[in-house]
Design a protein around this ligand. Structure first.
Ligand code: MLT
Length: 293
């Protein structure tokens, strides 16, 4: 299973939870391999070029399969060059900051950013990544300015946030919640209309004073185009069985993940949702004016 971001980050963590349990119905081990760089485009490209023999699975998300094709000139089409397996789960992002930031809520944090914009930094999962786009959004909505520091994933970016080398992240709940619980970083708001069940104390952006900054990252699995239908059906069945497993559901819920209902766990549902997300977000992403090539 190719994970297009660095080890220890949300995509790697979710990939390992899925791989560990999918092993049972498939009767063989799934190796998670991190192929990183360029906001995940390199790892996804590896899956697009892989032999469609059923032995290469790609994990990806809103960033890799919706945002990246609107920003990067890719050698593959995220809708046409892959066989959709199934959606895994969705999580909002959390606006988090290093512990030393003297702000008790989002309003005070925005004031701090306005006072320190020339030197403030946001750690991102790569230039053009979902977290970078969210940062541009946050700047546009709040009138703040700060620098973007790209990493090979949210995992290494989080290490630098905890160490105080960057000031903020707009980061997936799966990556931030363990650090928020450990008290090593501050959390100001979730980028959603409703609070995260696993972190009921963190207000929504609407409650915290930045209404409308709603961004959720959904993860899913894909195979190379041309993978035989019977193999696709076997993989989908393994995902469905895994998402029904109580232990997996608890692990994902603790990471702030919301698992889609059964009727949304089909390849057709993933394809339709992916297509709808592209139609919704491309005009918005292109308007954000992030260019990488
Ligand atoms: C990661 O695993 O590093 C993330 O999925 C990157 C991101 O949030 O875009």
């Amino acid at each position: 299973m190719v994970a297009p971001y660095a080890a220890g980050g949300p995509t790697d963590t979710i990939a390992r939870v899925m791989a560990e349990r999918m092993r049972v119905p498939l009767g063989q081990t799934i190796l998670v391999e991190n192929t990183t760089g360029a906001a995940g485009t390199i790892g996804v490209g590896r899956v697009a070029r892989a032999t469609p023999d059923g032995y290469t699975i790609g994990i990806g998300h809103w960033g890799t399969h919706v945002v990246n094709p609107a920003i990067y000139t890719l050698q593959y089409d995220t809708l046409k060059d892959f066989e959709p397996v199934a959606m895994i789960a969705t999580n909002p992002q959390i606006i988090v900051a290093k512990k030393a930031i003297p702000a008790k809520d989002l309003k005070e944090f925005i004031a701090w950013l306005k006072a320190n914009g020339s030197t403030a930094t946001q750690g991102t999962a790569g230039h053009g990544s979902g977290s970078h786009l969210s940062g541009v959004y946050f700047q546009n909505i709040t009138g703040t300015q700060f620098q973007f520091v790209p990493y090979r994933g949210a995992g290494p970016a989080m290490q630098d946030l905890v160490a105080g080398h960057v000031d903020l992240m707009i980061d997936q709940a799966a990556n931030s919640l363990p650090q928020v619980r450990a008290g090593t970083i501050r959390a100001f708001a979730v980028t959603d209309k409703s609070r995260v069940a696993a972190a009921p104390d963190i207000p929504t952006v609407d409650e915290a004073g930045v209404p409308g900054l709603h961004i959720s990252i959904w993860h899913a699995l894909w195979m190379p185009k041309g993978t035989p239908k019977d193999i696709m059906a076997k993989l989908n069945a393994a995902v469905v069985e895994t998402l029904a497993d109580d232990n997996v559901r608890k692990k994902l819920a603790d990471l702030g993940q919301e698992i889609p209902p059964r009727d949304m766990q089909t390849p057709e549902a993933l394809f339709a949702y992916h297509k709808a997300e592209i139609e919704k977000w491309w005009p918005i992403v292109k308007k954000a004016g992030i260019k990488v090539d």
